[in-house]
Design a protein around this ligand. Structure first.
Ligand code: ACO
Length: 260
């Protein structure tokens, strides 16, 4: 098993890999972890190069806010060169550019890992979508979630609309996005946007407890079960029952083939 290894990544990101757990930290607290194309590409790079032994990925933000969303300097043209290039409407490769930003979010659903967002303070716009990209969310009691994009003349386009609708339902998703209002941690719990809400001082300990519980199950069974659960929403009961049989057979046969 790989021992603990810390790295600074592009765009204000820190990555710590400790055996089966990777911790990704948004590390621009002086900007409330505002996000840039360089940061989205850095996230995508972490996803693409994650060591195979990693089973749990924790996403956290340094400082008082989890993430204040897109760096507003990108929208005013005041961004720095090393922030990376934001897609412009007249870019012929607009679609590919936004897809490259979305790649920073999509890998968090991979069945080989369980991703956990540890959210304190604000998670706004692109930052709220990052929390939504994770499988599980633990919120500090000071957490504030807001899908701010429509208020700024944008749609949420960093993979957040599907999990939002899946979790809160279409009417509530419409209400939250089209009012761009702020959801408190207590309301987030009621809306199932949080698996757990804890006092801010206990956030790290709560995340550590969850990580330990996730690592206590069998790795292959956990990966196969997440993949199976992800199929359920699009399946009929009969299709899902068949998928369960296939997954069980594949899992048990993979163990047989490993026997000496
Ligand atoms: N982009 C760039 N800089 C930011 C951002 C941002 N999104 N958010 C905060 N900062 C900067 C501030 O300008 C400030 O810089 P300064 O110290 O040089 O003045 C510093 O971070 C601290 O911000 P404060 O506002 O002083 O911190 P506070 O804790 O009082 O408030 C909050 C935090 C609520 C997050 C506030 O900064 C805010 O509303 N930020 C903008 C949020 C936003 O609209 N994001 C875009 C969403 S849409 C999308 O993501 C696509």
């Amino acid at each position: 098993m790989t021992s603990s290894r810390a790295e600074i990544k592009a765009g204000g990101l820190r990555l710590l890999i400790d055996g089966e757990v990777a911790t990704v930290t948004l590390a621009r607290p002086e900007r409330r972890n505002a996000m840039t194309p360089a940061l989205w590409h850095g996230l995508a790079d972490i996803g693409a190069t994650l060591p195979a032994q990693v089973r749990v990925v924790v996403l956290r933000g340094e400082g008082p806010s989890f993430c204040a969303g897109i760096d507003l300097n990108l929208l005013t043209g005041a961004a720095m060169a090393d922030d990376g290039e934001i897609a412009r409407p007249d870019d012929p490769d607009f679609d590919q550019k936004v897809a490259s930003y979305q790649a920073g979010y999509l890998w968090l659903r991979d069945p080989s890992i369980v991703s956990i967002a540890a959210v304190q303070g604000h998670a706004i716009g692109a930052g709220f979508q990052l929390a939504l990209a994770c499988d599980l969310r633990i919120l500090a009691d000071d957490a504030r979630l807001c899908m701010k994009e429509p208020a700024l003349g944008l749609v949420p386009d960093l993979t957040g609309t599907k999990p939002l609708v899946d979790i809160v339902g279409l009417p509530r998703a419409i209400e939250l996005c089209l009012t761009a209002r702020t959801v408190t941690a207590a309301e987030a719990m009621l809306l199932r946007l949080a698996e757990l809400v804890v006092p801010a001082a206990e956030l790290d300990a709560a995340v550590a407890d969850l990580v330990a519980a996730l690592l206590a199950t069998d790795a292959a069974a956990a990966r196969a079960t997440k993949a199976l659960l992800q199929l359920a929403p699009a399946h009929s009961l009969a299709e899902q029952a068949a998928a369960e049989r296939r997954a069980q057979a594949e899992l048990l046969r993979s163990r047989l083939s490993l026997r000496p």
